[in-house]
Design a protein around this ligand. Structure first.
Ligand SMILES: [Zn+2]
Length: 376
């Protein structure tokens, strides 16, 4: 008999125990210094069950007793916390050359950074560089590595196969399998813009909600979409491919075969090219080209925001001035194109220039996939 995938699988006693452990661990991960009584109250589990779960988490080295909290009448509670360095995640960002990576601890802090010394590489040579970097970071990791988290440009399916990443010369590359065979570690692969979007949710305060569109403006234009805390992959792993939405049917030819894609006007090379073609001072020409790119982004993004009612857009831009002008132009034009009530609420944040958004985001994706937890 083949089980219908839409019929929930029954839980074994072991499944239930594992699920309860994850629930208890998630409460500790949220960082509000809970006690065993808090976990019992929040989960509805009995005190003895919670004590047994917490004992197992302490035994595994993941959780520690931090001391005593304030008494609500009776014996003061013992508060619990995560041991940040108990496990490590090796995290890599392949969206820029040279390839770079870091070791993340359980709180997402990036503790050891490394950059590949080789020049730009394609195809098998890029895989070799990636494997070198993984080896280097595994050695640097101060605690057991629970997984290798890789953010790559291009289309990635949910099995970790890179369907298409022309910047790296990868087509149909089973990257998770390849790195898994070489390292013996679990491997998690995500698109770089998806990683950036997930970072925006995983590290944000609660009041920021759980919906975001992250736009990455670099050699191309990519987007990652998280709705209600869930990364959207789409039917063919191409959700967020906003860069190839045509914004000008009369526009320049694009590498994808169409003409006038958003990428041909709003990527960093396109903005710099447009600025060079203007007869003005370099500063004025760049400002005008950036404003035009922001308007084009808004034309492509307004229907997305109108459809989904996403309140927060994060712009991660490789332009030297950090994308503030691009964000301003995008915001002005976007608000003009939306229902006033939606336009008033929309917020456009510019990501920091520290390169860490993607590394942190893909580590968060790996943490969620391997341990079932998030930082909020
Ligand atoms: Zn295109």
């Amino acid at each position: 008999m083949v089980l219908d995938p839409f019929v929930p699988r029954v839980a074994t006693a072991q499944d239930t125990r594992q699920q309860n452990l994850t629930a208890a661990l998630q409460i500790v991960f949220r960082g509000s210094a809970p006690s065993r009584a808090d976990i019992a109250r929040l989960t509805g589990l009995t005190r003895p069950t919670v004590s047994s779960l917490v004992a197992e988490l302490i035994e595994d080295g993941l959780v520690v007793e931090l001391g005593t909290g304030t008494s609500a009448g009776g014996k003061p509670p013992t508060i619990l916390g995560i041991v940040p360095g108990a496990r490590s995640i090796v995290t890599l960002d392949l969206s820029r050359q040279p390839l770079r990576g870091a070791v993340a601890d359980l709180t997402g802090a990036l503790t050891h950074h490394a950059t590949h010394a080789g020049g730009p590489a394609l195809g098998a040579a890029a895989v070799d560089q990636l494997l070198d970097l993984v080896d280097e970071l595994v050695v640097l990791a101060p605690s057991p590595v629970i997984g290798v988290a890789i953010a790559t440009p291009g289309l990635v399916d949910t099995d970790g196969t890179v369907l298409e990443a022309s910047n790296l010369g990868w087509h149909g590359l089973a990257l998770a399998d390849r790195v898994g065979e070489a390292t013996g570690l679990p491997v998690f692969v995500a698109n770089d813009a998806d990683a950036a979007a997930f970072a925006c949710i995983a590290t944000a305060p609660d009041e920021d909600g759980r919906d975001v569109v992250a736009l990455r403006i670099g050699q191309g234009v990519g987007a990652g979409v998280v709705l209600d805390g869930v990364l959207r992959h789409g039917a063919a792993s191409a959700a967020g491919e906003l860069g190839h939405v045509v914004v000008d049917v009369e526009g320049a030819a694009c590498a994808c075969g169409n003409a006038g894609c958003l990428e041909t006007v709003a990527s960093v090379p396109a903005i710099l090219r447009a600025a060079r073609g203007r007869s003005a001072t370099p500063e004025a020409a760049l400002a005008r080209a950036t404003a035009d790119a922001g308007e084009a982004l808004a034309r492509a993004l307004a229907p997305v925001v109108g459809l989904l009612d996403v309140e927060r857009i994060v712009l991660d831009c490789e332009l030297e001035q950090g994308g503030a002008d691009l964000a301003a132009a995008l915001g002005t034009e976007l608000r003009r194109r939306l229902l006033p009530a939606v336009a008033r609420r929309i917020r456009i944040d510019v990501a920091g220039q520290d390169d860490e958004l993607v590394l942190t985001g893909v580590a968060a994706i790996a943490l969620r996939a391997s341990m079932g937890v998030m930082w909020r």
